[in-house]
Design a protein around this ligand. Structure first.
Ligand SMILES: [Zn+2]
Length: 273
């Protein structure tokens, strides 16, 4: 599943190659994604509009077509946005294609259809039920200052708090487990029973691991995806996630896999306290 670093990598690639281009054609068919894809509506609104810029909020991408509005995109479980040469083969499950200038196409591919493409008018963003409820961006500077005190007053396990999108936007299971391991904190420890300096360390590790993954994405992902290219195939060298039963890289004890708040969590009983 695309996580925040993958989405940020896509955003940067789009910003580099597609900012300032105008939408020519809109092709697609009205499939049911998380919401029905309104191809007819997009065909009325998008052609002739300039892509002013690309923003990210949590795992959402926002394509600004000023002054008309914004195309909101979520990749869901299996979605991909591909910048392609128009002559490159069209993959199965390509639901929407935007022609950009004479030499580029932006294609949305999503086999499992948990993704989302939604048109927002100016002003819709502030009242959007999901967007407006998203918490602090972990990569923003203010996360270091504002998040630890918010975690410190909560009674829930830290692992669940890190995944709570209303507190912190865009952190998924992989990076939550990794940040807890790096900071030596037991995933089931509650926010209110964790000292503030440890919470500061935890937030710092969340930022570090996400930042490393974004860096890695920037170096390993080709911006122009070939049909077999995949934005979801990279990850930082993870030391906790995916290593249940293996020796902890810090202390050598076997890492455990425990279910917490319905999600698998790999952790080390000896050095995460
Ligand atoms: Zn350990």
């Amino acid at each position: 599943m695309p996580e925040l670093p993958e989405v940020e990598t896509v955003r940067r690639a789009l910003q580099r190659h597609a900012a300032g281009l105008s939408v020519g054609s809109v092709r697609g068919h009205a499939v049911r994604l998380r919401l029905p894809l309104d191809v007819a509506g997009l065909r009325k609104r998008l052609p002739g509009r300039r892509l002013d810029g690309f923003r990210r909020r949590g795992k959402f991408l926002l394509l600004d077509l000023d002054p008309a509005g914004t195309l909101l995109v979520h990749l869901g479980m299996s979605g991909r946005l591909l910048l392609c040469d128009p002559s490159s083969p069209v993959l199965p499950h390509t639901h929407l294609t935007l022609g950009l200038g004479p030499v580029l196409e932006l294609r949305f591919v999503d086999p499992r259809r948990f993704g989302l493409i939604e048109w927002l008018q100016p002003g819709d963003e502030a009242s959007h039920p999901t967007l407006s409820a998203l918490g602090i961006e972990p990569l923003d500077e203010r996360a270091l200052r504002d998040l630890p005190p918010l975690l410190h007053v909560r009674r829930a396990p830290l692992k669940a708090l890190l995944l709570d999108q209303r507190l912190i936007a865009g952190v998924g299971n992989i990076y939550a487990a990794e940040a807890l391991w790096r900071s030596g904190i037991r995933p089931s420890r509650t926010g209110c029973r964790t000292a503030l300096p440890r919470l500061e360390r935890l937030v710092g590790e969340v930022r570090a691991v996400l930042g490393e993954a974004v860096e890695q994405g920037g170096t390993t992902i080709r911006d122009f995806a070939s049909p077999e290219g995949n934005f979801g195939d990279f990850a930082v060298r993870l030391q906790a996630y995916g290593h249940a039963g293996e020796p902890c890289p810090r202390c050598g004890d076997a890492m455990e896999d425990e279910r917490l708040a319905g999600r698998s969590t790999v952790w080390c009983r000896r050095c995460q306290r």
